[in-house]
Design a protein around this ligand. Structure first.
Ligand code: NAI
Ligand code: MG
Length: 357
């Protein structure tokens, strides 16, 4: 039997990014060792706000060619207190996932054992969602501009771009994902009452694509009403698809409802597999806790498990999540989950659980 070797580009970047990526690599190495049928070869890149402040650029000119040589990308977080957020986000994260056509952003949420939802009536198992976010266009297409900047009569535009091709491909992806889950239930979210062009096209395209998936039950929510349903009836939802902006907001809400932003994973996928996909925690660089050693590494562990599944190591991904759940259940949790463990203690416990079980 030949052993698969996966080449992983790691980009820890800013704030708590390096802390959680170090933790993520430790558990990935442990699971590869335990399984024995594959290995992971990590190459670290120093692309970050520090690099930007020194050289004027987050990325070298050839970053896409460089990244295309890898099987996957493990990303920390970008953002520094002394760099405007739109510069850091567009300079690094969007400069990777847009050109690499990682058009499907997948965000799973559930309540892990040993943790609590802030919803008092919501128990483990009653909140088990996967949010699919259109990740290539929409409100984050980057079309817009400012004229007469700083003057009284300044005008600024931020134009949303919706294409039939991109809506159709994300709809197909979401239906396939919904179909693969036991409930086969897809809720699509738009705002087609107030926004009468792009959002109405979304509704039309999704309804067309739904005909290819007669076994999937579909329903529709307006985004404002969706926030209410997520809070009051979490058990009524399973797979959710929405635009870049709407799903960005809904997935932060989802993470909070499941207990903490510190557990929530993200996969930025190119479903065509022409380009490597990128895996990252949902959270940002968290300046308020940087360097304190208390960042929750669970979001990075969960996204590492998603990465293994995408690479074809489904069993390793599932085993990794079982170890994370066992450690949560044993109460070894960071402060954001009501515990007192450090990043290193949680990481050591997960590594020990992987090697033990
Ligand atoms: P944030 O996610 O960094 O932090 C929000 C709150 O959650 C903070 O109180 C933080 O301490 C806490 N938190 C986040 N991750 C945690 C973890 N793993 N364990 C424990 N607590 C955690 O969001 P914020 O403060 O709005 O943004 C900080 C910077 O990060 C900004 O520059 C922002 O642009 C950037 N950002 C980057 C993202 C990315 O790289 N994908 C995503 C979101 C924000
Ligand atoms: Mg966000």
């Amino acid at each position: 039997e030949t052993k698969s070797i996966y080449k992983i580009a790691s980009i820890p970047a800013d704030g708590i990014g390096p802390e959680v990526i170090e933790a993520g690599i430790a558990v990935l190495k442990a699971i590869a060792k335990k399984k024995g049928n594959f290995s992971l070869d990590f190459t670290e890149f120093d692309w970050s706000s520090d690099r930007y402040k020194k050289t004027g650029s987050y990325l070298p000119d050839n970053h896409l060619d460089t990244l295309r040589q890898f099987d996957a990308i493990l990303f920390g977080a970008v953002g520094a207190p002394d760099v405007p957020d739109h510069i850091s986000l567009w300079g690094l994260r969007l400069a990777i996932c847009q050109p690499l056509q990682q058009y499907a952003n997948v965000r799973r949420t559930r309540i892990l054992p040993g943790t609590n939802s802030p919803l008092s009536n919501c128990k483990q198992g009653q909140l088990d969602w996967v949010i699919v976010r259109e990740n290539s266009e929409g409100e984050y297409a980057g079309q817009g501009g400012r004229s007469h900047q700083g003057y009284e009569h300044e005008v600024a535009t931020e134009v949303s771009i919706f294409t039939r091709v991109a809506v159709r491909r994300i709809a197909r992806f979401a239906f396939q994902l919904a179909q693969s889950r036991p409930r086969k239930l897809l809720t699509y979210v738009t705002k087609s009452n107030a926004q009468r062009s792009g959002m109405v096209m979304w509704d039309e395209v999704i309804n067309e694509v739904s005909k290819e998936f007669p076994d999937v039950t579909m329903d529709h929510m307006l985004v404002d009403a969706m926030t209410v349903r997520m809070v009051l009836h979490p058990e009524s939802l399973d797979t959710i698809v929405a635009t870049n902006l709407h799903a960005d907001i809904l997935s932060d809400l989802a993470a909070a409802l499941a207990g903490s932003i510190g557990i929530a994973p993200t996969a930025n996928l190119d479903p065509s597999r022409k380009n490597p996909s990128m895996f990252e925690p949902i959270h940002g660089s968290a300046f308020d806790i940087t360097g304190m050693g208390i960042a929750n590494p669970v979001a990075t562990f969960w996204t590492a498990a998603e990465m293994l599944e995408w690479l074809g190591e489904k069993e390793a991904g599932e085993d990794l999540m079982k170890a994370v759940e066992a450690v949560c259940e044993a109460g070894i949790k960071t402060r954001d989950l009501g515990g007192s463990a450090t990043t290193k203690e949680v990481t050591a416990a997960v590594v020990a659980e992987i090697l033990r079980s």
